[in-house]
Design a binder for this molecule. Structure first.
Ligand code: G3P
Length: 216
């Protein structure tokens, strides 16, 4: 499973990138707002830090606007995945950019039928929002399973990019289903390796090692 970080915060990206475990980055208009930066500048900077796909979302909701904005975002770097919403115009824009050989990330996916349509439109990534489905009392991970089944049945190459992740459990369950990518908030990324027994065990080992008086 590939790990993307869901942030437009350069400090967070730089820190996680140092681990060598980061495969890409996703952003959205809310994350750009939170960064306080100009979208073109911040996306360009992220692209200098990270090798993998960097999703940058259009602000327009009409086809012409998405084509215009998507082309501007695409010019920033080859690794930019143009992010469009799951609407009819979004799917048309997806087809338009996919035919030019560009990666498109279709976002705001909440149903299997939407995911099927995005794959048919040539999306490189489909972004189902698991956390937001859980928030309204539905099972977000059940959607991931449905999409996996459908994509496998028809050999779609669209990658399932699990979004709106709230906890390490979301990541583990998505991995068990065979999702291609998890896009993970910084805080959850840190939580992925935390365990109280690891901390307690290490504390004891450090103490016992010091008591041996040895050095390696
Ligand atoms: O980028 C899309 C997604 O990950 C949003 O997550 O936490 O705002 O539901 P959230």
């Amino acid at each position: 499973m590939k790990f993307f970080v869901d942030t437009a915060d350069i400090k967070e990206i730089a820190e996680l990138n140092e681990t060598g475990l980061l495969d890409g980055v996703t952003t959205n208009p809310s994350l750009i707002l939170k960064s306080g930066r100009d979208i073109k500048e911040v996306i360009a900077e992220i692209c200098t830090l990270v090798d993998g796909p960097v999703s940058a979302e259009v602000g327009a909701t009409d086809l012409e606007g998405m084509k215009r904005e998507g082309s501007i975002l695409a010019e920033i770097a080859e690794q930019v995945a143009i992010k469009v919403p799951l609407t009819w115009d979004g799917l048309k824009a997806c087809r338009y950019f996919a035919e030019q050989g560009r990666m498109v990330n279709v976002t705001l996916c909440f149903s299997a039928s939407q995911a099927l349509m995005a794959a048919k439109a040539g999306a490189a990534f489909i972004s189902p929002f698991v956390g937001r489905l859980d928030d309204i009392g539905q099972d977000g991970l059940a959607l991931i399973q449905d999409i996996r089944t459908i994509y496998q049945e028809y050999f779609f190459e669209t990658e399932i990019l699990v979004a709106s992740i709230r906890s390490p459990l979301h990541v583990v369950r998505a991995a068990k289903i065979g999702a291609d990518v998890s896009t993970i908030p910084y805080k959850v990324m840190r939580q992925l390796i935390e365990h109280p027994l690891t901390d307690r065990g290490l504390e004891q080992f450090v103490k016992d090692w010091a008591a041996t008086g040895q050095k390696i």
